[in-house]
Design a protein around this ligand. Sequence first.
Ligand code: 5RP
Length: 218
Amino acid sequence: MTQDEGKREAARAALKYLRPGEPIGIGTGSTVNHFIDLLAPHKSDIPAAVSSSEASTARLKALGIPVVDLNEAGSLSLYVDGADETNRHLQLIKGGGGALTREKIIAAASRMFVCIADESKLVPALGKFPLPVEVLPMARSYVAREIVKLGGQPELRAGFTTDNGNPILDIHGLRIEKPLELEQQISMIAGVVTVGLFAHRPADLLILGGPKGVQELK
Ligand code: 5RP
């Protein structure tokens, strides 16, 4: 089984959590793209979606699923999204695709966050995947200096601007022993829009696809 097949199987297993008649939150990335594609036969059950990126919005609209603003939708019963890394507590690193800010908002506004991934994303400790931090443009260098003080090595994501018009710093060299603490510390640096550490609002359910099938962790 390839990594992509693992992603697809995890996405397929998430379909059973759909709640007919209720709007759904949709994340970003290749695993979520599988999920969106698999929604095709269920689209009459989905009145609307709240999307975390322009890319997911385009894919949802191409399928004929209306995309609405979170302000219009209110709180959501279900949010489905991928991750770059997850630990056993379902704390995540997200933002490899650059959609971390909208993803964190939708996760916060959702009663159930189902994270779908291939099994390579499950790690003993977060931090091998560079931690994305979205920053306001004028604060880029200041935030980078503050992150060096925390022991990370920030690298500007070259040629990339988020859907919100901001740059991303990818932080290398962190072994994240205390995700809750680090999320708070980085979030408090002036100029940080969002850190891609999802520890205060982890996933509620993790669905991992791999050669031995699909496993669900709570
Ligand atoms: C986007 C994300 C994605 O969920 C994350 O990058 C995983 O992507 P993929 O499903 O392509 O492996 O956080 O901002």
